[in-house]
Write a protein that binds this ligand. Structure first.
Ligand code: ATP
Ligand code: MG
Length: 357
């Protein structure tokens, strides 16, 4: 049992300064892969370091496997870490680097060999055990850092942007490998990234942070589909969720000159403006006018290969919508748009909080 629970963690670096984490509570279930994601400076590393025992919270509790470890030093917490600057030792061969934690624990030679071999196999480093780090590619070095973290069989694995030094292609490859390896090991994992795509692909659940708080936590597709805040929809997804303002009037949503039926739960907003959110892939696009569809003007056409990403202007709002790769569109064309009302999300313009049915 190695669930990680944090309760009401507050951390301020300078007296009277802004809170780096502001009353954060969350749980990583035993064997779960939880990703902390959010913009730079939102407190991800701070939170991870408090779980690790490298940073002392002002208040709050950290529990691992039910045990209160808030006052325990890092080395007694039974966890393993990989950091952004993966800090493998340049003067040691890959074998000694991977086995470093085992050497520290004075593990006997044959067990050392067995465990290093297994970690190296998992990370496809078996052919490189006798090399020095300088003789490896960046991706291989990063794999050595991960192998070194998993070889000790810690109950909890903490990773802070472990893929950040890789180029885009290697990052994609290694992301899939990491998912496979951690899935096989079943280790409770807390993983930090500011890359929303990485968060979506890796996490059993994702926790989206903002200004030292967790804005939303849940399975990636739930959070993607139903952002609890406008901020979350604007952070997750490529392209991010589109937003436009609409006025609720007599059961209709007025967007510029167009009126769409408003869902019933917006009746309390009659006469007021709401923010409407819609994902690019949930907007249908037609070339010719169709009754009930909304006209918009194409501003930019971007082929992604699999599809066409159109930036269109609708009643003064810029939207990104997705059309089939063969869709005949050019800048300045008129197109017509439609979305199911079920695909629309609504937000309070002031607080950014989702308006739920
Ligand atoms: N050692 C420190 N001393 C003072 N302030 C700090 C320190 N470390 C972090 N901070 C501040 O605390 C806040 C949270 O920082 P943190 O490193 O946790 O963010 P992050 O979410 O990991 O960002 P990034 O994605 O850029 O790594 C930031 O405002 C940062 O400037
Ligand atoms: Mg960080």
């Amino acid at each position: 049992m190695s669930a990680v629970t944090v309760e009401n963690l507050v951390k301020t670096y300078a007296a009277g300064g802004r809170r780096a984490t502001d009353d954060v509570s969350l749980e990583v279930a035993d064997g779960e892969f939880l990703v902390l994601v959010g913009p730079s400076g939102c407190g991800k590393t701070t939170l991870l370091r408090m779980v690790a025992g490298l940073e002392t919270p002002d208040s709050g509790t950290v529990r691992i496997g039910g045990r209160d470890v808030t006052d325990l030093p890092a080395r007694q917490r039974g966890l393993s870490m990989v950091f952004q600057s993966y800090a493998i030792f340049p003067h040691m061969r890959v074998r000694q680097n991977i086995g470093f934690g085992l050497t520290m624990r004075k593990v006997p030679k044959d067990e050392f060999d067995r465990r290093v071999r297994r970690a190296a196999e998992l990370l496809q480093l078996s052919d490189y055990l006798d090399r020095y780090p300088a003789q490896l590619s960046g991706g291989q070095r990063q794999r050595v850092a991960v192998a070194r973290a998993i070889v000790v069989d810690a109950a909890v694995l903490l990773m802070d942007e472990p893929l950040s030094n890789l180029d885009a292609l290697l990052r994609l490859q290694f992301r899939a490998e990491l998912k496979r390896i951690v899935g096989q090991l079943g280790t409770t994992t807390l993983y930090v990234t500011h890359d929303q795509a990485e968060a979506m692909s890796l996490g059993d659940r994702v926790a989206v942070m903002r200004d030292g708080k967790v804005a939303q936590i849940g399975p990636p597709l739930d959070v993607y589909d139903r952002p609890a805040y406008r901020f979350v929809g604007g952070f997750l997804g490529s392209p991010p969720m589109n937003f436009l303002t609409a006025r609720v009037r007599d059961g209709a949503l007025a967007i510029g000159d167009t009126a769409l039926p408003a869902p019933a739960h917006l009746s309390t907003w009659d006469g007021r403006e709401v923010v409407v959110g819609v994902r690019a892939e949930n907007v249908q696009v037609a070339k010719d006018a169709v009754a009930g569809w909304v006209p918009a003007r194409v501003e930019v056409v971007e082929p992604t290969g699999a599809a066409l990403l159109l930036t269109v202007c609708l009643a003064g709002h810029q939207l990104k919508v997705q059309a089939p790769a063969t869709f005949p569109a050019a800048a300045d064309d008129e197109v017509h748009l439609r979305a199911e009302v079920e695909a629309l999300r609504f937000y309070d313009p002031e607080s950014g909080l989702a308006l739920m049915p």
